[in-house]
Ligand binder design. Structure first.
Ligand code: AVJ
Length: 320
């Protein structure tokens, strides 16, 4: 029998290392200092994020799961999809809700930068989904997404609210690139966190257990390991702030004292003033009108919009 699991690498062998080097060099030599949030997610960072999703204050994952549980049959009926492409390896729970509703035969294309995450998730899924064929794709979907030929129609799912980690100009580019991958009968399934009272938002990014603080500081551990840097994570305080004008949460690391750090892997030394902040994540929050407008700018039409009962999170089905 032919294997139902294939894995394709669409990332050059050293692409991740050179992307990290260039992001760190650019981000730490500008003012204010920034780092892209994608560097949180090594094995420990991914584990910490899993813990975040179970925190009482972190409502997005539960909100989105509720919506998918509620809407998966309708998504299946509206799209008739035979292929599910999922950007970011995602929580197996949400993926399974969709797979189970879509039925078999089905092709599942998980896309992630982590080959090990894809291999693990793919094999676990095969074991309990006999009618599903998996084409795992190792790729950085912000840069290129060379989809394998797959049965049509397809859904491209980008869940979790991760689109909020992109800045507005990056979002516009990214949505346009997804639009270009969609045929006339295909659809985009997009998860977005919603604007709500600032106290709820800030609490979701500053839990009393300190898991989010550890997740935020994990990027310093990544720089220490990958670039031989000498950051002491204890020198930094976790900050979560709501920007009411741009309607996004910012996570930052604030230097508790004036300090210097060496990053031999990129041949760089950086100084922080006491109180200086390094922005590590933007997590934009959305309104229906804004989602509709951004989709329209990319040539997509908001076809269906679901929220959880408390209107905290939304899932949108968009079509060409
Ligand atoms: C996985 C990107 C959606 O922005 O809420 C969780 C990441 N950051 N807590 C988010 C995150 C801090 C999360 N996303």
């Amino acid at each position: 029998a032919t294997s139902r699991f294939t894995l394709t690498r669409a990332l050059p062998a050293n692409a991740t290392a050179s992307a990290l080097a260039s992001d760190v060099t650019q981000g730490l030599t500008r003012f204010p200092k920034t780092l892209p949030p994608k560097w949180f997610y090594d094995a420990r960072g991914s584990e910490l994020f899993e813990q975040i999703t179970a925190l009482p204050v972190y409502y997005p994952t539960r909100g989105e799961s509720w919506i998918l549980q509620d809407s998966a049959p309708e998504i299946a009926r509206l799209t008739g999809a035979r292929t599910l492409v999922e950007l970011g390896s995602g929580s197996s729970y949400k993926t399974r809700l969709l797979l189970d509703a879509l039925g078999t035969p089905l092709t599942y294309v998980p896309v992630d930068v982590s080959e090990s995450a894809l291999a693990e998730a793919g094999h676990a899924l095969l074991a309990d989904h006999p009618g599903v064929t998996v084409h795992a794709l190792v790729a950085d979907f912000q840069h290129e997404l060379p989809l394998p030929p797959c049965p049509e129609p397809k859904i491209i799912a980008f869940l979790g609210g991760t689109i909020g980690n992109l800045l507005p100009a990056e979002r516009a580019r990214f949505l346009a690139s997804l639009r270009a991958l969609l045929g006339p009968d295909d659809a985009l399934l997009l998860g977005t966190d919603l604007v709500k009272d600032p106290a709820t938002l800030v609490a979701a990014y500053d839990d009393p257990e300190g898991v989010t603080a550890a997740f935020n500081k994990n990027v310093l551990h990544v720089l220490n390991r990958e670039l031989g840097a000498d950051f002491d994570p204890d020198d930094f305080a976790h900050v979560a702030a709501w920007d009411s004008e741009r309607e996004w949460i910012e996570m930052r690391l604030r230097a508790r004292r004036a300090l210097g750090a060496k990053l031999p892997g990129v041949d760089l030394s950086v100084d922080f003033q006491a109180g200086e902040e390094l922005r590590t994540e933007v997590s934009a929050k959305f309104r229906r009108h804004g989602v509709r407008t951004e989709l329209a700018a990319a040539g997509l039409r908001l076809h269906r919009w679901w929220t959880d009962p408390e209107h905290r999170f939304a899932v949108t089905l968009a079509v060409p």
